[in-house]
Write a protein that binds this ligand. Structure first.
Ligand code: 9MR
Length: 580
């Protein structure tokens, strides 16, 4: 007991910030499911032949040693894998390895808290309304960015809406750490969230978010998403059906609160990817929302808007967003996020898929067939075709539409070949998971786009086959996000024992509250270190791919938050939780 309290005291000192040395025990700091695999990765020097799991009053319930070790292919560091899966009794424990300890939680619905916090985070990103104390506690803030006077930028001018024309484009979510609103990323975000909803709707229907609409008859997740859909709907030019690529200030605002932002906001250049992401998102939403009387009329509008946007893209398939080109021609110059693309074919696949499933029209089916993916690729904002592919796989499970079979026959093997290849890497992985085994896994937003993205692919594997190996694969990627990684961080703000405290997010930085807005997934290790020149006195402590992470506000390349990244987080965590 005495020894235990000394160990505990030491680790509390470490947590308090004296930080002599990082805790070598890397594990999921939020929770393990009673019946699921439970592992930890231990850094080099800990005495891994002396591992034990203790109850909080010091009773040893499990003793063991590392089951294997793995050498990092890039840093050469050795990690030892501890496996205490045989402990299935829910409770709070301490994992002790040599002199080090970490809290362990075993409980039912272990990941529900992460899914809920990740979804609630969207309320905190709302633009153009007050964030109220009863829903946000200390994170309440005044309304700002009403966007009632958005100006058409010269790059977006048309006959009926010339440059300088003013229109209202209110509501929506701030994209990320910045205050702009981008159609490409909004579309991806809603697509990823609604795919999760379609797969696990019963689970989401019971999710309570405590948002202003919580008392109505619509699931909270749909009310929250509707807040962003309302904004997206305003981004279509009513004249020709084209869709503005983004709503933005010319330059990023400083690290100030929304209320202190005063730059003019512009609707900038129409593009085919924007029109198609808009079409896909609204076609999908029209299908989901029409079931709710509150949204039935709006659902019809959404579908009409989606069809018009698609028709615009068919007429303008090669119009891509070109910030540099625009800047050489027009004033003011725009320097904010580009979300630019080199092709719109992947967007055509997603949009025609959603439009066919919503309308049953043959022409959309023919288009979807023409743009069928050739291989599996994790869907991202810039490479979106597998959102469409996931939709076909999901649709085919529930419908007797014979047309869906042709898609399933082609897409299913692509998915499973990819998943089996990734699962093959787990047994030699430093972190006991199908992530982090290739240097390319670490990139801008890699926590979400690759790690959670791969977990979601695993979830589809599980949903389609019922094979628990894929569910375990998904769970393992969740473990990475929650602490079983080279940095030891739990990457979701407000959760875990080693928390992200300084995300690159203007509100978190300017609100005067120490803890950042909760429920946001940080971008994660990114050896590209694109922000290295703008870090001031900060410096990356390591160049290794899995360690290129800095919990400091200027690190936009490793520590930003974003709505698309939270969509991966929510889909994965809710999907795993719904399956257990
Ligand atoms: O997520 C985007 C990433 O894939 C790009 O490499 C990067 C640079 O173009 O931009 C990221 O998106 C940012 C966007 O441009 C502006 N808002 C913040 C986004 C997250 O960093």
């Amino acid at each position: 007991m005495k020894k235990l309290s000394v160990i505990l005291a030491c680790s509390l000192v470490m947590m308090a910030g004296c930080k002599p040395k990082d805790n070598p025990i890397k594990l999921n700091q939020v929770g393990f499911y009673p019946q699921a695999e439970k592992t930890a990765s231990i850094e080099d020097d800990a005495r891994t032949n002396e591992a034990a799991l203790l109850t909080m009053d010091g009773k040893v319930v499990w003793e063991g040693k590392a089951v294997r070790e793995a050498v990092s292919p890039w840093s050469g560091k050795t990690r030892h894998i501890i496996d205490f899966s045989e402990v299935t009794e829910p409770g709070e424990y301490l994992l002790r390895v040599g002199e080090s300890v970490r809290k362990v939680y075993i409980r039912n619905h272990a990941l529900a808290e992460v899914a809920q916090a990740g979804m609630k985070a969207y309320y905190l990103q709302r633009c153009g309304c007050p964030i109220e104390e009863q829903y946000a506690g200390e994170y309440a803030r005044e309304a700002a960015h009403f966007d009632t006077c958005v100006m058409v930028h010269p790059s977006a001018a048309s006959e009926s809406r010339p440059a300088g024309y003013v229109f209202a484009s209110p509501y929506g979510w701030y994209d990320a750490g910045d205050y702009n609103k981008y159609i490409i990323n909004s579309g991806f975000t809603i697509g990823m969230l609604l795919l999760g909803y379609e797969a696990d709707n019963v689970y989401y229907d019971a999710m309570s978010l405590n948002i202003p609409e919580s008392g109505n008859d619509v699931p909270d997740i749909l009310d929250e998403i509707a807040y962003n859909l309302r904004w997206m709907q305003t981004m279509q030019d009513p004249e020709d059906g084209g869709v503005y690529h983004k709503l933005t200030t010319p330059n990023f605002e400083g690290f100030v609160m929304p209320i202190d932002c005063h730059q003019q906001r512009y609707a900038v250049q129409k593009s085919a990817p924007a029109a198609l992401d808009f079409a896909a998102t609204l076609a999908m939403a029209a299908r989901v929302y029409k079931a709710y009387p509150e949204y039935a009329a709006e659902a019809e509008n959404m579908l009409r808007q989606a069809e018009r946007a698609y028709a615009w893209a068919v007429r303008n398939p090669n119009v891509l967003y070109d910030q540099e080109g625009n800047n050489s021609k027009y004033e003011p110059q725009i320097s904010t996020g580009m979300y630019n693309d080199s092709t719109s074919w992947d967007e055509f696949f997603w949009a025609s898929t959603e439009l066919y499933i919503t309308t049953g029209q043959q022409s959309y089916l023919e288009q979807a067939k023409a743009f069928m993916p050739k291989r599996f690729r994790l869907p991202t904002w810039g490479d979106i075709e597998w959102l469409g592919a996931y939709e076909w796989l999901q649709y085919a499970r529930l419908s007797d539409d014979v047309n869906a079979q042709e898609f399933v026959e082609k897409l299913r093997p692509m998915l499973f070949t990819y998943l089996d290849d990734q699962l093959g890497k787990v047994s030699t992985s430093c972190y006991q998971m199908p992530y982090g085994n290739d240097p390319t896994d670490f990139c801008w937003g890699g926590n979400a786009e690759i790690c959670c993205g791969r977990g979601i692919a695993m979830l589809y594997g599980y949903r389609l086959s019922g094979d628990p190996r894929y569910l375990t694969g998904a769970l393992q990627t969740a473990n990475y996000i929650l602490g079983q990684n080279a940095t030891g961080y739990c990457f979701v703000t407000g959760l875990g024992q080693k928390q992200v405290m300084h995300p690159h997010q203007r509100i978190s930085s300017a609100d005067g509250i120490d803890a950042p807005l909760p429920g946001f997934l940080a971008g994660g290790p990114n050896p590209g270190q694109h922000d290295k020149e703008s870090l001031g006195t900060y410096k990356y402590e390591s160049d290794f791919p899995d360690e290129s992470y800095l919990d400091v506000e200027p690190s936009y390349a490793s520590n930003e938050i974003a709505i698309n990244w939270n969509a991966y987080l929510v889909h994965l965590m809710a999907g795993v939780d719904a399956a257990f």
